[in-house]
Structure formats: structure tokens, C-alpha cells
Design a protein around this ligand. Structure first.
Ligand code: ZN
Ligand code: ZN
Length: 139
């Protein structure tokens, strides 16, 4: 039987979604899998990965692809911005409201139908900052 293309919430997807929404650390697929296995011990990483991709495709979660780091997932599907640490790779939400850009105003010049935008911030997280200050001091 071929799926009709309509999205069905299976038990697996439900658990993946619930676990991801509880986790605000923007986990990788591996980390999501570890959490999900507490409820579905036999689920494979491949299944978790495929379902995460699918949930993102349907706009129920967000996929975070930052330059030079592992793909992460976010249970919060609303537009918001992220800041990530160049050293340890942690990702946090930036506490600012998204820019109010009328994406369709670019339509005439780009001839694209724009569906969203992404802004990326990066730097050193407090923990890594601390560590680099400590090493600077002892050197
Ligand atoms: Zn860091
Ligand atoms: Zn986020």
C-alpha cells in the first residue's frame, strides 16, 4: 500500500514529536533517538531520522542546519533565531522577535515565491568563554 501523501501521525511520530518538544536544547537526531528509546526501546536511528525529516517537511518541527555543525532539530516550529557556539556547537534561541520583513516585496526583483527567511548568529557561549578566559589567565 502506497501512502496517499497525507501526513499521518503514527505512534512513533507522536513520541518523536513529544520528546522533541520537551527538549529545548535543539538536539541532534542521535540525542532525539536516545530520548525516544526510553519509550520505544526498539526504534532505530534510521527511523527516527526519517521521521524527523518528514516532520520538518510538514512544518511541525524545524530543522537547523548551521554551517559547519551537525544537523539539529527544534520542536518549536515558529520562526525564531538561533545563536550557536563556534567551539562546542550548542544552539540556543535568541530572545528577539523575528524581523518584520515583507518577503513578498522581493518577489518582483527575484521572481521567487519566498516562503521564509533564516538569520544565524554565532559566537562563544558563556561556558566556552569562561574556559578561554581561564586558559588565557594561566598561560
Ligand atoms: Zn560553547
Ligand atoms: Zn530554537
Amino acid at each position: 500500500m502506497v501512502p496517499s501523501g497525507k501526513f499521518r501521525i503514527t505512534r512513533q511520530r507522536q513520541v518523536i514529536l513529544e520528546e522533541l518538544r520537551k527538549d529545548t536544547s535543539h538536539p541532534t537526531a542521535d540525542e532525539v533517538c536516545q530520548r525516544v528509546r526510553q519509550k520505544l526501546p526498539h526504534i532505530s536511528l534510521g527511523t527516527v531520522y526519517r521521521n524527523l525529516e518528514l516532520l520538518a517537511e510538514y512544518g511541525l518541527i524545524q530543522k537547523i542546519e548551521l554551517a559547519g555543525s551537525q544537523r539539529r532539530f527544534d520542536g518549536n516550529a515558529e520562526t525564531h533565531y538561533h545563536i550557536h557556539c563556534n567551539r562546542c556547537g550548542r544552539v540556543e534561541d535568541l530572545p528577539v522577535r523575528p524581523f518584520r520583513i515583507n518577503e513578498n516585496s522581493f518577489r518582483a526583483t527575484t521572481r521567487f515565491q519566498i516562503t521564509g527567511h533564516r538569520v544565524e548568529f554565532f559566537g562563544l557561549c558563556p561556558k566556552c568563554r569562561n574556559e578561554s578566559e581561564l586558559t588565557a589567565r594561566t598561560d
